[in-house]
Design a protein around this ligand. Structure first.
Ligand code: SAH
Length: 341
């Protein structure tokens, strides 16, 4: 697959010039791809027929075919099951907030990370997504729903920092002023804690929000639920997070799925408060979502309140994430590479 939608405008210009075409043709093609979101060369009506045929021979356009679409009766959250060019399946979710439409995109087909509470990795890992395939999730949803998406969360299937190059290129393309031109400030990228990836990201000095899936206050608990914790200790991870906030001045968001009897005691809250003391951060508590292969139970409302009270007493910013799309298995940790309904 030689995906034309993964190319930046300067790259496309260079390739067109090298093929004996005029430079402005690259801008026209780029507009069709990134402003009009066409899915075929035939739709590029201001490009000559001859050139369209040549493009068809030399390039492909990443597309997401809508295999299935589910709409939540509670909150109109939409979950798409998309089929990629090679038949692989991924999921994306569109959520409607007062401030705009947000899409949760996948970065890989499957996931290698193996977090025990997350359905995304249960069927294993297949491959990385191309930059154009991450974009296509957005463009397809926008076209299908007739909306403009204003916010992106990289919190779907996959570990974005395990597909670093493609994710970075996706970020460049989606924020490009000649394309969708979405502000980096409206993008969140979530990682399970791939420490070298955090340092690589730091060097890019992007204005996006980094979310870190922490889910435990210490190595002992974290290693039981998140295999990545055996590779990078919580000390190493939190050091990387501190370095990140100090150099980017961007607040980190820590995700913490509350699992009854696993990570939700007063002692756990105290330890978490101690660890995060003084850091430019925010804790997002998520009552753990059900996945059918596991019997994790979410913490009770009273337990959550007690946990929150301890964090607040220690001056840690904390919020509880609202659960959307629960009737269509579209919540955190419920996305998969296959179909489950
Ligand atoms: N691999 C990245 C991106 C996935 S984001 C990461 O781990 O951050 C998906 C978020 O949902 C992560 O914070 C993940 O830890 C969380 N999650 C996974 N399973 C969950 C579940 N069953 N309940 C609540 N949150 C869950």
């Amino acid at each position: 697959m030689n995906d034309i939608s993964s190319l930046t405008l300067p790259e496309l210009q260079a390739q067109m010039l090298a093929q004996g075409e005029k430079k402005f043709v690259a801008s026209q093609i780029y507009q069709w791809l990134h402003k009009s979101h066409v899915a075929s060369f035939d739709e590029m009506t201001n490009i000559s027929k001859v050139l369209r045929e040549k493009l068809k021979k030399n390039y492909d356009i990443c597309t997401c075919a809508i295999e299935k679409k589910l709409v939540s009766v509670y909150d109109e959250t939409v979950k798409y099951l998309y089929r990629l060019h090679d038949g692989e399946l991924i999921e994306s979710v569109v959520m409607h907030y007062k401030y705009g439409h947000t899409i949760c995109v996948s970065s890989q087909v499957g996931c290698k990370m193996g977090c025990t509470f997350c359905a995304s990795g249960f069927a294993g890992f297949v491959r990385n997504l191309l930059p154009g395939e991450i974009l296509a999730q957005i463009y397809t949803a926008e076209r299908d729903l007739g909306i403009t998406i204003s916010h992106i969360v990289m919190m779907g299937v996959g570990e974005p920092l395990d597909n670093f190059e493609h994710v970075l290129r996706f970020l460049q393309l989606v924020s490009d002023e000649n394309g969708k031109h979405l502000s980096m400030r409206n993008i969140s990228l979530s990682t399970c804690g791939v420490v070298p990836g955090i340092y690589r990201l730091l060097q890019e000095h992007l204005q996006l929000t980094l979310s870190v899936s922490l889910h435990a206050p210490n190595d002992e608990i974290r290693q039981k639920t998140m295999p990545v914790a055996k590779r990078y200790s919580i000390d190493e991870l939190l050091k990387a997070c501190r370095d990140y906030t100090e150099q980017t001045h961007r607040r980190i968001s820590f995700e913490y799925a509350m699992i009854a009897g696993v990570n939700d005691s007063d002692e756990n809250a105290l330890e978490l408060s101690r660890r995060l003391r003084g850091m430019l951060c925010h804790v997002n508590l998520i009552p753990v979502n059900a996945v059918k292969e596991r019997d994790y139970v979410k913490s009770s409302a009273a337990r959550m309140q007690a946990f929150i009270a301890i964090l607040e007493k220690h001056h840690i910013n904390v919020t509880v994430r609202r659960t959307l799309g629960s009737d269509i298995n579209a919540s955190c940790g419920q996305l998969r590479r296959g179909e489950t309904h």
